[in-house]
Design a protein around this ligand. Structure first.
Ligand code: NDP
Length: 283
């Protein structure tokens, strides 16, 4: 890759950020497309995110992806926000216009639906209720994306009930709170999404016994380190179709790439295979 004075530069911003796989995805696409661009990872100190965004006003970077713990601050720092960023209450994408304006978007929900489309192609969000384990930012984004795509009901199951109730109160009657361990919640579910970060811990058990889920249900885990989580293993053991978090990561990166570099990622670049090799997983 040759960098020139005309290189378009984008980044992912978070803290910690060294584990991020986003530079691998975007730089593989840039290389395959032969574009004069680069994508780096940046860490920002606590309390400095607003100052960081202000310093980039005017477009020295075309934009940034934003990850933990700055997604809510990113939405607040922007001048304009897309409807889906407002619905998710968070932004994972900031774009810096030449006139100094900052635009916020959220492509995580699109990434989630992309992952379902890739790994469970005949699934549609309007097939039935969605059960979400977790009530953080990712759960909120998932609820917003599924409701916008026609899902009839979302059930939030979370360790801290008050947090689930806060989330449900943002959406109205189609979102309700379920009790952890309540088997009846799963009985007519079309999809189960694990949006809890508990699975990041090695050997963490699945959030709930999946024995009452119907055989047609699709189970998805947002965690991709490890890729085959205990939740997905339990779903497979129950005979359910599964969707992993890596395709969600790729799915949120696709519209980000287009926004940064002015064209969609090139077809045929095997970014999933590249990331799987880094994760030490078979391709
Ligand atoms: P948050 O920190 O906002 O929320 C974490 C959630 O996990 C909370 O509901 C929390 O429950 C729950 N949780 C954490 N530890 C435990 C535990 N030991 N037992 C039970 N519940 C627990 O994180 P996000 O919502 O932003 O992200 C959630 C996960 O999704 C992360 O693993 C993240 O990496 C992943 N993610 C993946 C993406 C992808 O592209 N694949 C995109 C976005 C997120 P409580 O409220 O009780 O604390």
């Amino acid at each position: 890759m040759t960098l020139t004075a005309a290189t378009r530069l984008a980044a992912v911003v978070g803290r910690p950020i060294r584990h991020s796989l986003s530079p691998v995805l975007h730089n593989a696409w840039l290389e395959a497309a032969g574009l004069d661009g680069a994508y780096v990872a940046l860490s920002v100190s606590e309390g400095r995110f607003g100052a960081f965004v202000d310093a980039l006003r005017g477009g020295s970077l075309t934009g940034v992806n934003v990850t933990l713990p700055f997604k809510t601050e990113a939405l607040a720092a922007a001048d304009i926000a897309s409807e889906r960023a407002l619905a998710a209450g968070a932004a994972n994408l900031l774009l810096f216009d030449p006139d100094g304006q900052v635009r916020a978007d959220n492509t995580d929900g699109e990434g989630l639906l992309y992952a379902f489309a890739r790994q469970a192609p005949d699934f549609r969000p309007d097939h039935g209720p969605l059960v979400i384990f977790g009530a953080g930012g990712a759960a909120r984004g998932a609820a917003a994306a599924f409701l916008a795509a026609g899902c009839p009901e979302v059930r939030i199951v979370n360790r801290t009930r008050s947090r689930a109730e806060d989330l449900a109160s943002l959406f109205g009657q189609k979102v309700r709170v379920g009790e952890p361990g309540d088997r009846s919640l799963l009985e007519d579910a079309a999809a189960l999404v694990n949006a809890s970060s508990a699975g990041l811990a090695e050997g963490a058990p699945p959030p709930q016994d999946l024995g009452s889920a119907p055989a047609r249900a699709v189970a998805m885990d947002m965690t991709y380190r490890p890729l085959r989580t205990a939740f997905l293993a339990a779903a497979e053991g129950r005979g359910l179709r599964t969707v992993d978090g890596l395709d969600m990561l790729i799915g949120q990166a696709i519209p980000s790439f287009e926004a940064f570099f002015g064209q969609p990622p090139p077809a045929g670049a095997d970014v999933r295979g590249r990331v799987l090799r880094i994760l030490g997983e078979a391709t």
